[in-house]
Write a protein that binds this ligand. Structure first.
Ligand code: GLN
Length: 319
């Protein structure tokens, strides 16, 4: 194969696809029955540039539940509506260093040990639940419609709820409800806990493809204008703040290792999706359902790292 510096985007995508096609490490999320039965063989990569070009390999059009990656777009929604200070004061923007669903992180922050507000940051469950509780709307249905419509604008097409995953997750959601009530006890939940968990679980349950994630990420990469539809979805300030939180907390407790090795803001979900953003240039997204112990797609991380290295797009690297 040609030396890495001469690789085109399509060559980098194809190379990453081939390199990790045989990897079978990791395991599906087991705590959500719907996700436990995903086909671990499915594997797709998509890159979308800020000038709207699309490059893909494998199962890049396969639809799967967005899960935690939705947190990025709900954050963008609330941040744009309510401003940067609201997120910093009511949610927090520091990494927790703890697993994504940690209730301990809520306790540690509240204990004034860390100086951060109890929800932690908008990309872990507690912070995303608090963020969902800030969504404005005259009814639960209106709030859900507004969250889904923002996500759809990022994707450039109408996204839809996967009712099976929503039902599967709602049937076994005690831990997230407990986090919501814990936040409420500290006055850091801004709506009814049951309604908030319903909205939060819905947002985790819309389907996306790797290509959708790459378009959504490329919208952030281009300062808030969707490079495929050319519609303005959000503004450059909102995009920059969202990317900053992705850099510090997008891969949960392994966010530091990710930033060290890859040098890109990113977000993963337990559905097996992961998207990384190269500001001003592109987004790289992968679907592969088997996860590491932190909850991040194993092949997703490998493939994005490969594409990023081949294209030399770390935000810290002067080429
Ligand atoms: N819906 C999942 C949960 O709340 C999302 C978690 C994730 O993707 N990390 O547990």
């Amino acid at each position: 194969s040609p030396p890495a510096h001469t690789l085109t985007i399509q060559q980098a995508v194809d190379r990453a696809y081939t390199r990790y096609k045989a990897v079978s490490d990791g395991a599906n999320a087991s705590y959500i029955p719907y996700l436990a039965k995903a086909d671990t063989k499915l594997y797709g990569i998509a890159v979308v540039t800020t000038n709207g070009k699309i490059f893909k390999a494998g199962d890049a059009d396969y639809l799967f539940p967005v899960e935690s990656i939705a947190k990025v777009f709900t954050l963008a929604h609330v941040l744009k509506a309510q401003g940067t200070d609201v997120i910093q004061k009511k949610i927090g923007v520091n990494a927790t260093g703890l697993p994504f669903n940690s209730a301990l992180a809520v306790e540690l922050n509240n204990d004034k040990l860390t100086g951060s507000p109890p929800p932690g940051n908008p990309l872990v469950n507690a912070g995303a639940i608090a963020t969902a509780s800030l969504v404005e709307g005259h009814s639960p249905e209106a709030k859900w419609e507004s969250v889904l419509s923002t996500a759809s604008a990022f994707a450039g097409r109408q996204l839809a709820l996967n009712k099976d995953v929503y039902t599967s997750e709602m049937a076994d959601n005690q831990h997230n409800l407990a986090i919501a009530i814990l936040l409420q006890s500290y006055n850091y939940l801004y709506a009814d806990p049951t309604e908030t968990i319903d909205l939060y679980t819905r947002e985790c349950s819309y389907n996306v493809s790797a290509q959708d994630l790459a378009v959504m990420g490329a919208t952030l990469a281009s300062g808030g204008t969707n490079p495929v539809t050319h519609k303005k979805v959000t503004d450059a300030t909102t995009s920059a703040r969202v990317l900053a939180v992705m850099a510090t907390a997008g891969l949960y407790n392994t966010s530091g290792e990710w930033l060290y090795n890859v040098g890109l803001p990113a977000k993963s979900g337990v559905g097996g999706g992961i998207v990384a953003v190269v500001p001003g240039k592109m987004a790289i997204a992968v679907y592969s359902s088997a996860l590491d112990t932190a909850g991040n797609s194993v092949r997703g991380q490998l493939a994005i790292q490969s594409v990023a290295h081949d294209l030399k797009v770390s935000i810290f690297q002067i080429n």
